[in-house]
Design a protein around this ligand. Structure first.
Ligand code: MG
Length: 230
């Protein structure tokens, strides 16, 4: 069994706005667009590529120019994040995050990431939170604008890293937004919504078609009957 986790709102929450500030710094450095962190608007469930394209379009940057600058933008955002990130993000774990990850790992589940974060930001964030060691692979927000493109990338990497096959029906996408659920459904995977994010309630996650929805990650312990022996 393979579990693919979102990061923001799922493993970590209520962090200082280092990531938003990093995006603003990079937009100014690469495109000359000055933004405030608030101007990024609602970003839950979006990839960093989608966030960048949205704010750049609103600022009048041509799509072709935005596209051409993205590699430099991602590098600048990662470097800025490394300057802004608090040394210790452990206080921002969602409830039962470590308990659930440890429990899954002890039972032989393979763990990976499907996150909208730029890859380098994702690993920096998880390292500061003491969670990076749980995850063997992932797919990231600098690889595609559409979240639906990410689960197949993560699945291919998981096969290579863990050395075994994971049929989509034996893969769980775990996230805090309907966008997480939608990307899992599009890939034929199972989906788990956790209502630990800033926007979406348990009822909303149920209503958007998640196979399971839980108040927090401790709910993953209740899935055991469904995957023991995988
Ligand atoms: Mg999220």
């Amino acid at each position: 069994m393979l579990f693919l986790f979102d990061i923001d709102g799922t493993l970590l929450r209520r962090m200082p706005p280092a990531h938003r500030q990093a995006i603003c710094d990079a937009a100014e450095a690469v495109y000359g667009v000055r933004l405030s962190a608030d101007a990024l608007g609602q970003t839950a469930g979006m990839t960093d590529t989608a966030i960048a394209r949205r704010v750049l379009r609103a600022a009048g940057v041509l799509d072709t120019d935005a596209e051409a600058g993205l590699p430099a933008f991602f590098a600048a955002a990662a470097a800025a994040y490394e300057r802004h990130v608090p040394d210790d993000l452990r206080p921002y774990h969602t409830p039962h995050a470590v308990e659930a990850l440890t429990w899954l790992r002890e039972r032989g589940a393979a763990l990976g990431l499907v996150t909208g974060n730029v890859e380098r930001i994702a690993w920096t964030k998880l390292r500061a939170a003491g969670l990076d060691g749980y995850f063997g692979c992932g797919a990231f927000g600098d690889e595609a604008e559409a979240r639906e493109a990410l689960p197949p990338l993560a699945l291919g990497r998981a096969r290579a890293v863990f050395g075994r096959d994971f049929p989509p029906a034996r893969v769980y996408i775990v996230g805090d937004t309907p966008a997480d659920v939608a990307c899992g459904v599009a890939a034929g995977m199972r989906t788990v919504g956790v209502a630990t994010g800033p926007v979406h309630s348990l009822d909303e996650l149920r209503a958007c078609g998640a196979d399971q929805a839980f108040a927090d990650l401790r709910g993953l312990l209740a899935l055991e009957d469904g995957w023991r022996g995988a």
